[in-house]
Design a protein around this ligand. Structure first.
Ligand code: IPM
Ligand code: MN
Length: 357
């Protein structure tokens, strides 16, 4: 029996509803594959602010560091939106957690399940067959550059510095090439090299790395504005997309629409000793507590944990397969509901995946 310690951070909004569903599924798959999980829960985000006055308590970070993986629900909500930035759940918890754990790569799949090809706002002919993996740089760039305000003869101003080291660009692009090697061998690198110096360095670095080590992979460069367009014009032509922190934040939300609902998207933040798994959607305070949240993104994040952290590929595929089975049988949470399908609650959806396992 292999044993893993998992730090569980349910957080805010729908977080405490969806995380238990993923845990149920992990436990069942654990039984089937001889894995045992030891969960320890800790506070993060608004829940932590309310309980102890800060969004990322030291005890939470300590727990994360001594765990084998982290399962996170979501953080944030209107209640904490007016706090100073370092106290807000998003900037005060999520960003420092990524930085402290060295999670420099965010991996977000956008896979269009055949059963959900009608759920997207885009035409079925356009999205069907999409299987895109976005690899977003997560601990550099404008998110972590110097931020300050000042005043000069033209008046008050604000600055967010965007800085990238060659070493940061190289390690994220190397990961993208390596992952592409296990897939369809194509990498699309997204930048704004016609305007930004960081992007020119990005393009030079990815090109040199490609020539040096990955000439078996097809490398395509797109400007970010064009990438936004191509993503919805020809999504099936993408395999692995790699980009800087800010562009990746924007493009992954856009790419989620291809799949029908952001409620279907899991994500993995990797690169350090301990990786973090969370749904790509937020805390959805508007539907919190109503049993309407789609737990599949969190369940699929659990599958990513099995794959990336524990190298249990078969167990991960078992979960993905069970999710497909439940969708094929017609069960839907409100976010992916279509006429003629069967509407279920958060907990029912979790139970259905369990039964399908
Ligand atoms: C994400 C989120 C975060 C980000 C926010 C909540 C800070 O939008 O994980 O994509 O911008 O990285
Ligand atoms: Mn985002």
């Amino acid at each position: 029996m292999k044993e893993y310690k998992i730090a569980v951070l349910p957080g805010d909004g729908i977080g405490p509803e969806i995380v238990p569903e993923a845990i149920k599924v992990l436990n069942k798959v654990g039984q089937l594959f001889g894995l045992s999980f030891d969960y320890e829960e800790a506070l993060i985000g608004g829940a932590a602010i309310d309980a102890v006055g800060e969004p990322l308590p030291e005890a939470t970070l300590e727990l994360c560091k001594r765990s084998d993986a982290i399962l996170l629900g979501a953080v944030g909500g209107p209640k904490w939106d007016n706090l100073p930035v370092e106290k807000r759940p998003e900037a005060g918890a999520l960003l420092p957690l990524r930085k402290a754990l060295g999670l420099y790569a965010n991996v977000r799949p956008s896979v269009v399940y055949e059963e959900l090809a009608n759920a997207s706002t885009l035409k079925k002919e356009v999205v069907a067959g999409t299987d895109l993996l976005t690899i977003r740089e997560l601990t550099g760039g404008i998110y972590f550059g110097a931020k300050y305000r000042g005043e000069d003869e033209k008046g008050e101003f604000a600055v967010d510095e965007n800085k990238y080291y060659v070493s940061e660009i190289e390690r994220i692009c190397r990961l993208a090439f390596e992952v592409a090697r296990t897939r369809r061998k194509k990498v699309t690198s997204v930048d704004k090299a016609n305007v930004l110096e960081t992007s020119r360095l990005w393009r030079e670095t990815v090109t040199a790395l490609h020539e040096r080590e990955f000439s078996d992979i097809r490398l395509e460069h797109l400007y970010v504005d064009n990438a936004a367009m191509q993503l919805i014009l020809r999504p099936t032509s993408f395999d692995v997309m790699v980009t800087e922190n800010m562009f990746g934040d924007i493009l992954t939300d856009q790419a989620s629409v291809l799949t029908g609902s952001i409620g279907m998207l899991g994500s993995a933040s990797i690169g350090g000793k301990v990786a973090l798994y969370e749904p790509a959607h937020g805390s959805a305070p508007d539907i919190a507590g109503l049993g309407k949240a789609n737990p599949l993104a969190t369940i699929l994040s659990g599958a990513m944990m099995l794959k990336y952290s524990f190298k249990e590929l078969e167990a991960a595929e078992k979960i993905e397969h069970a999710v497909k089975k439940v969708l094929a049988a017609g069960y839907r949470t409100p976010d992916i509901m279509e006429k003629g399908k069967i509407l279920v609650t958060t907990k029912q959806m979790g139970d259905l995946v369990l039964a399908a396992l």
